[in-house]
Design a protein around this ligand. Structure first.
Ligand SMILES: C[S@@+](CC[C@H](N)C(=O)[O-])C[C@H]1O[C@@H](n2cnc3c(N)ncnc32)[C@H](O)[C@@H]1O
Length: 636
């Protein structure tokens, strides 16, 4: 439940306050019950009790109506020394909407990085462009590097947001307030010694139509085909390269997706073609405080390709060389096939890259998609409304309309998901039920459903995008039982789990349908191999935060040992090892029995594949706040 404080609204509604009592009593540590009624947007909600401890007030057991038996909660709602108390309660909270800053990609560059890219790029000459200068973090450094902000510097910044542009202009360099793609025309192509900056990361759906149209036209002109997946940083990067004179330098802060996402493959090819030298600088720690976005620095020199590519890694921004020289000593990496291979491979040794390539060229492994197809889980439209605990379903009289559900990967512990697992989770009151109302069932014929639907409408659940486009907003489409589940978000390695229950899953977990040649347990066992684990690291994408994500298409394309070779004994042992938290033991067994004994892989080749998984997993795990600790029992 989301609770907001609002003094004025509170007074208007005449909600009970705690201020007077608190002034008298000071710090009270024993629970104090303050029966009161708080206003939601559309309805009155009862708060069962307010508990005050150590100058903090917690709302406990917020009861939206008397039929609803919420688990006792203790949610911080106020500080009695400073505030009158009010709480606006949302019973079915939606995920937090992105902030306006996020929508315009307004995350600014830390000073050490701004200084480094400004120094490195402006070494190429004084005509420098900052295409999305924000409040001028990079422009300020440029002014320093170019020896002051006098007209001789010939640097210019462009910024869409007038308030930010005004702040940027305070650094003395000229700033144009404009949509960069409207400003950037033929006259600017090839006109700069350097382009430097941190372009906005904005998803397709959040761009304005006119900016997107201009940006896409630029990409088309450069021979690239943008799509709905194209993020704003891609056309900014293309424009930055086109703005350079031969020998000019580009230095950009880009999301690490550059290295790994399929939709950036064309851009990777473009960069290798149009640059003579290209260095990717990555960091072992996340650069942007509070944002789980992993970034890299792209440093390039315009010239005839294919570029010599280098990859260097620093601990953090403080380790960046102050000389502006970077990677001179690092040898260029072996050429990758940019149309098919992700730049994640630049984090590998040449012999590891060769081991991965050999699998493909020798054709010794099939693909997961040969024996099964992977699909997303159910998109409910508002999990807090549609996913229920058994207690909630019972209290609301909705049990007859629910189906069992896997809503979190933590529910999947072994190789098999069984009725026993489901019962345990029900006893723990997890949200392991999905409200699955047939589209043709009218709430008018089912009083419990009618009450719940009405409550949802009071809370505006029906106005969420996914619900609003349904014929009957309360009826979740595409509820089917998969043969197996597959983790979408991975901590350690990919996992397929045979579904021995009637459960379906939400879209936090993929659903797998078998084609019929192999059983779910055979598939789940085969996936637990060094081969599949290694490829998942190069085929999936890791965002900052240490999680690897596999989309259905990527999962279908994962190589795996032949699942037909898995016998029942191996599957049972792997299930036990996984439940005991011994992932390495499970992989050792599958590698030995399938890859080496049955398929004839050399143990050294298997060891190289295992090292690919280990190195890339540890690399992404270092970016997690939690660090690279294994979880037990294994959750992937
Ligand atoms: C990630 S911030 C970076 C700001 C600055 N370059 C820095 O490194 O601190 C991106 C900036 O791009 C601006 N922006 C977004 N779309 C733009 C466009 N079409 N043209 C120019 N600027 C844009 C945003 O307003 C935001 O200030």
């Amino acid at each position: 439940m989301a609770i907001r404080r609002c003094r004025r609204a509170h007074r208007r509604r005449g909600v009970a306050t705690t201020t007077q009592r608190n002034r008298r009593s000071g710090s009270i540590s024993s629970p104090v019950v303050l029966p009161c009624r708080l206003g939601t947007r559309n309805a009155i909600t009862e708060v069962h009790s307010l508990v005050e401890t150590n100058h903090r007030i917690y709302a406990s057991s917020i009861i939206p109506n008397k039929h609803y038996d919420s688990r006792p909660t203790a949610t911080l709602v106020g500080d009695p020394r400073r505030t009158c108390l009010t709480a606006v309660v949302e019973t079915f909270p939606a995920p937090t909407a992105p902030s306006a800053d996020k929508l315009r990609g307004g995350y600014y560059t830390p000073p050490a990085v701004a200084r480094f890219i400004a120094a490195w790029a402006s070494a190429a000459g004084p005509r420098v462009l900052e295409p999305s200068c924000g409040d001028g973090a990079v422009l300020a450094m440029l002014a320093e590097c170019l020896g002051g902000a006098g007209p001789a510097s010939q640097a210019v910044g462009v910024e869409l947001n007038p308030l930010e542009a005004a702040k940027a202009a305070r650094h003395g360099l000229p700033v144009v307030t404009a949509d960069f793609f409207a400003w950037f025309g033929g006259a600017h192509q090839g006109a700069f010694d350097a382009v430097v900056g941190n372009p906005p990361y904005i998803r397709f759906g959040s761009w304005t139509e006119s900016t997107r149209a201009r940006a896409f036209a630029l990409m088309h002109e450069a021979g690239l085909q943008p799509s709905r997946l194209t993020n704003a940083w891609l056309p900014f990067t293309v424009a930055a390269v086109l703005a350079l004179r031969p020998g000019g330098r580009v230095a950009l802060v880009l999301p690490a997706e550059l290295l790994q996402v399929g939709y950036a493959a064309q851009l990777r090819g473009f960069l290798v073609e149009r640059l003579a030298d290209l260095t990717i600088v990555s960091f072992r720690r996340l650069l942007f405080g509070g944002v789980l976005q992993e970034v890299v620095l792209l440093l390039g020199e315009r010239g005839e390709g294919p570029a010599r590519v280098r990859a260097v890694e620093y601990e953090d921004a403080a380790e960046l060389p102050t000389s502006g020289r970077v990677a001179d000593e690092a040898p260029p990496q072996p050429a990758l096939r940019h149309d098919r291979e992700k730049w994640t491979k630049y984090h590998l040794r040449p012999e590891q890259i060769e081991a991965l390539r050999a699998i493909r060229t020798e054709g010794r492994a099939g693909l997961l998609g040969d024996v099964a197809s992977v699909d997303v889980g159910v998109v409910s439209g508002r999990n807090s409304f549609f996913c229920l605990t058994p207690g909630q379903a019972q209290a609301r009289g909705l049990g007859h309309l629910c189906v069992p559900l896997v809503a979190r990967s933590a529910q999947l512990r072994g190789l098999r998901y069984t009725d026993e697992d489901l019962c345990k989770q029900a006893a723990e009151e997890l949200r392991c039920l999905l409200l699955a109302v047939p589209e043709d069932l009218s709430p008018a014929t089912d009083p419990a459903l009618a009450r719940y639907v009405a409550l949802g409408e009071e809370e505006g659940v029906h106005r969420g995008y996914k619900c609003s486009i349904r014929r009957a907003w309360w009826s979740v489409p595409s509820v089917w039982r998969p043969d197996a589940f597959m983790l979408r978000q991975i901590h350690l390695g990919p996992r397929v789990v045979a579904n021995l229950t009637a459960a379906t899953s939400t879209d936090t977990v993929h659903r797998v349908r078998l084609h019929g040649e192999v059983t779910a347990e055979q598939l789940a066992t085969a996936v637990t191999s060094s081969l599949t684990f290694a490829f998942s690291e190069v085929m999936g994408r890791s965002y900052g935060g240490g999680i690897l994500e596999l989309e259905p298409g990527e999962a279908d394309a994962l190589p795996l040992p032949d699942p037909r070779l898995v016998d029942a004994g191996t599957a049972t042992t792997v299930d036990r090892l996984l439940r005991e938290g011994d992932l390495d033991g499970a992989i050792d067994l599958v590698d030995a029995r399938l890859l080496v004994a049955a398929m004839g892989f050399a143990p050294e080749q298997v060891a190289l594949l295992r090292s690919v998984w280990r190195d890339l997993r540890e690399r992404r795990a270092r970016r997690s706040r939690r660090g690279p600790t294994a979880t037990s029992p294994i959750q992937g």
